[in-house]
Design a protein around this ligand. Structure first.
Ligand code: SF4
Length: 424
């Protein structure tokens, strides 16, 4: 029996000629990631075990992105712990306020993940890097501690579901609409402990931003990882971001999949996930009148340049609806700067948006846009669980940046075409 993309990467990192689904392996890791919430727990475990040094100071990435700039004393203390650890062990990739970005936008931007890599991170959306044909997955803080100490991790080899993408995305439809549509189809446990492997000629019409957004949300279907087949776009992105010496792993023709879905990209419309689960997905056109209080455009899912450009196209010459707060959070410092240089920040501010320094902020109900009871937000983030952005009686609707911007202008959930009229 052949191997899937994921199994090929895992076998190579375990030093084995092949692996099969269900097998327990110990694999070498190329990168270990932690943030200001998870790293302090890992550091405590690392120190409790009496370990003197990290396995490789260049292969540990510590990103202070969740509650920064520090929202309260507890957040400040958490960052202090990580700052001290990074200094003690001379960690090369330590990112503090002023250099920080939301981790899963920052790592690809800096070229820290290469195709074929194995990355573990104490954050569930570590699966984002599958967009680069790498294996990446979220782990607990104790696994992060073990990874920092040994440069290895244990894994159970997953089975896989194959998604064959065909056709081409319509205007104003993006990777976010596709992944919400897929999660709506298979459910939040539809890929439980499996790989979601994306392939097919439809990939050609999907940008790296589309792929990063889709791989990011693989965990929302319960997946161990999401991974895109390597192609010219992967190669161009890796080369353009300073990666060198990567390995390409492709699935064998006789690889085993528990299911195969064919997804016609041209049949997908702007889609929203209604509260309180990402699989509660519906085309925007099927919704009735849903008035909103807040819009958040940002996060590791949709805070990249392509996302901001799509939102700015809608905001240009238009205003945020009275009574709606719209918060735009570029995902990294570089994106913030580029958005300023391209005039996008001016468009957002002229339209009545608040523009924030890079942070996870409201995505996890941290700060910078917490909802009160009864309030409703449209967000380009990845989770709409009860209380995710604030009060347990608030609601979050997940959408693309284009739908979020259009909704901010309309004051209710609408598709971009509704705002653009005949100018779509
Ligand atoms: Fe997690 Fe949201 Fe931050 Fe992404 S932006 S890493 S989902 S808190």
């Amino acid at each position: 029996m052949g191997m899937t993309m994921t199994q090929k990467i895992l076998a190579a990192h375990a030093g084995l000629p092949s692996v099969t689904a269900g097998q327990l392996i110990r694999a070498k890791v190329d990168l270990v990631l932690g943030n200001d919430i998870t790293a302090p727990v890992a550091i405590k475990e690392f120190e409790k075990a009496g370990i003197e040094s990290v396995f490789d100071r260049e292969k540990i990435v510590l990103v202070m992105d969740h509650f920064t700039p520090n929202k309260d004393i507890k957040a400040a203390e958490q960052c202090k712990v990580v700052r001290g650890f990074a200094k003690k062990h001379a960690i090369t990739n330590f990112f503090d306020v002023g250099k920080v970005g939301v981790e899963h936008a920052l790592l690809p931007e800096l070229g820290l993940v290469k195709p074929g890599d194995l990355v573990i991170g104490a954050d569930s959306h570590t699966c984002t890097y599958g967009a680069l044909a790498a294996f990446s997955t979220g782990v607990g803080s104790t696994d992060m501690a073990a990874g920092m100490a040994t440069g290895t991790c244990w894994l159970k080899v997953p089975t896989a579901i194959r998604f064959i993408l065909t056709g081409k995305l319509k205007p104003w439809v993006s990777g976010k609409d596709v992944i919400l549509h897929i999660i709506g189809k298979i459910g939040v446990d539809g890929a439980l402990y499996q790989s979601m492997e994306f392939t097919g000629e439809g990939l050609k019409s999907m940008t790296m931003e589309d792929r990063l957004c889709m791989a990011n949300m693989a965990i929302e279907a319960g997946a161990k990882n999401g991974v895109f087949e390597y192609d010219e776009q992967t190669a161009a992105y890796a080369a353009g971001h300073g990666c060198k010496d990567w390995t390409v792993y492709k699935a064998d023709a006789d690889a085993d999949y528990t299911a195969t879905y064919e997804i016609d990209l041209s049949a997908i419309h702007p889609t929203v996930s209604l509260p309180h689960l990402p699989d509660n997905a519906k085309p925007v056109s099927e919704l009735g009148e849903i008035k909103i209080d807040q819009v958040v455009i940002g996060s590791c899912t949709n805070g990249r340049m392509e996302d901001l450009r799509a939102a700015a196209k809608l905001f240009e010459g238009r205003q945020v609806h009275e009574g709606v707060r719209c918060i735009v959070i570029p995902a990294t410092q570089k994106i913030m700067l580029q958005a300023m240089e391209e005039g996008l920040v001016k468009i957002f501010i002229d339209a009545g948006c608040a523009v924030s320094t890079p942070t996870c902020g409201p995505c996890l109900g941290g700060h910078m846009g917490i909802l009160a009871s009864g309030e409703r937000a449209v967000a380009t983030t990845n989770r709409n669980f009860v209380g995710r952005m604030g009060h347990t009686e608030s609601e979050v609707y997940l959408s693309s940046p284009a739908v979020a911007a259009a909704s901010a202008i309309a004051g209710r959930l609408v598709s971009p075409e509704t705002v653009l009229g005949g100018n779509a």
